[in-house]
Design a protein around this ligand. Structure first.
Ligand code: ADP
Ligand code: MG
Length: 352
């Protein structure tokens, strides 16, 4: 029994050996959706946004084009982030978005009848949430839908030995949620998902600028600041970043310049909440697994982990070594893709 027999144990249907050439893996994230096509790699990487024209219910824009309209759309355009906390929140916009992305991913590959799709889902997803994802994908033309838990996919992508009894800890700081899982014997032994991640850092920057500069800035502006100069440790070095918004006192447009130290201070609260999530999962773990993790370390992924110094921050506060994913924004879909690629090698293990 190899790695993939464990991973795929819970996947409905066992005819995986006949997976076709154009099968897909999809990471349907709160912030970004990525699609991997078997034999091709990642073919789509777009923000999980859709803009709908409410006058005729038509799609106005999807992905990056819809994201830039966030907070800027005219009255007849409604911009949605249909994935919340890693699961489908607004069913109809979610289906439209998924359908658009799948079609886009497949458009250059010729016509494919009912591709099979592996979708990455948060651990701890409920039956109802699972059904919503599966239904959405079927609606979008998927022949068959398989689900894989995100930390598991990330671990496979990193080549971690997840089928051993020794525990492996994966921390995924995404847009909406931070997901922490300890994987042992091919399944998550303990896991948790909390609503503190990249979005909360953006909110914290909005609040900081409001409180300290009496300036109201947008969510996307805050995100840009975080990506450009956000760091876990206050430092006076590095470039500064201007932000524009509305002065809360005079009501007029105003610009202030933020330093890396200010941004670091602004995001301290969500960063410490993320530490708490990790501590909490460790506390709920057996001493045996705890000692495995102290020895083997934490595997860190998700876009939120790209805040400068995040790995050192966790390492120092939790006293466990941290290894960063090679590319935290793609590691989950890469792992799901790798599972897709290597399924045939383990065909016999599935069928017996
Ligand atoms: P999800 O899986 O929830 O869609 P991702 O793993 O794609 O989330 O990560 C998205 C989050 O990562 C967003 O909050 C985004 O602002 C943040 N992010 C992306 N790049 C960086 C960066 N260089 N520095 C800090 N945060 C980043
Ligand atoms: Mg993710």
């Amino acid at each position: 029994m190899g790695l993939f027999s464990k991973v795929l144990d819970w996947i409905p249907g066992r005819d995986l050996g006949s997976m076709g050439k154009k099968d897909l893996a999809m990471d349907l994230g709160t912030a970004n959706t990525l699609i991997y096509v078997k034999g091709k790699g990642i073919v789509l990487n777009e923000p999980s946004y859709i803009a709908i024209n409410t006058q005729d219910n038509s799609i106005h824009a999807v992905g990056m084009e819809a994201k830039v309209m966030w907070g800027r759309a005219p009255r007849h355009i409604q911009v949605y982030r249909p994935i919340k906390d890693g699961v489908i929140n607004d069913l109809e916009p979610a289906q439209l978005m998924i359908k658009h992305f799948i079609n886009k991913a497949l458009s250059r590959l010729g016509r494919i009848l009912k591709p099979r799709i592996i979708i990455c889902v948060p651990s701890g997803i409920t039956q109802v949430e699972k059904k919503a994802v599966i239904d959405a994908a079927i609606q979008c033309g998927a022949g068959k839908v398989y689900l894989i838990e995100e930390p598991m996919a990330a671990a496979i992508g990193a080549g971690l030995a997840i089928d051993h009894p020794q525990g492996v800890m994966v921390v995924d700081i995404g847009g909406g949620t931070t997901d922490v899982a300890i994987i042992s014997m091919g399944v998550p032994a303990v896991s948790d998902s909390k609503r503190v991640a990249g979005d909360e850092m953006d909110n914290a920057i909005v609040q900081y600028v409001r409180k300290n500069h009496h300036l109201m800035i947008g969510q996307l502006e805050a995100e840009e600041v975080k990506i450009r100069i956000g760091s876990a440790y206050p430092t006076e070095e590095g470039e500064t970043c201007p932000v524009r918004g509305r002065d809360l006192v005079t009501g007029t447009p105003k610009e202030v310049v933020l330093t890396p130290a200010q941004v670091a201070q602004a995001i301290q609260d969500p960063l410490h909440q993320i530490l708490e999530i990790i501590r909490d999962v460790l506390d709920r773990t057996t001493p045996e697994l705890q000692s495995d993790i102290h020895r083997e370390g934490i595997f860190l992924t998700g876009g939120g982990s790209l805040v400068k110094g995040m790995d050192r921050f966790i390492e120092e506060h939790i006293s466990i070594p941290v290894t960063m994913a090679e590319d935290p924004l793609t590691s989950v879909v890469e792992g799901a893709g790798r599972a897709l690629e290597e399924i045939h090698r383990f065909k016999k293990a599935f069928l017996t």
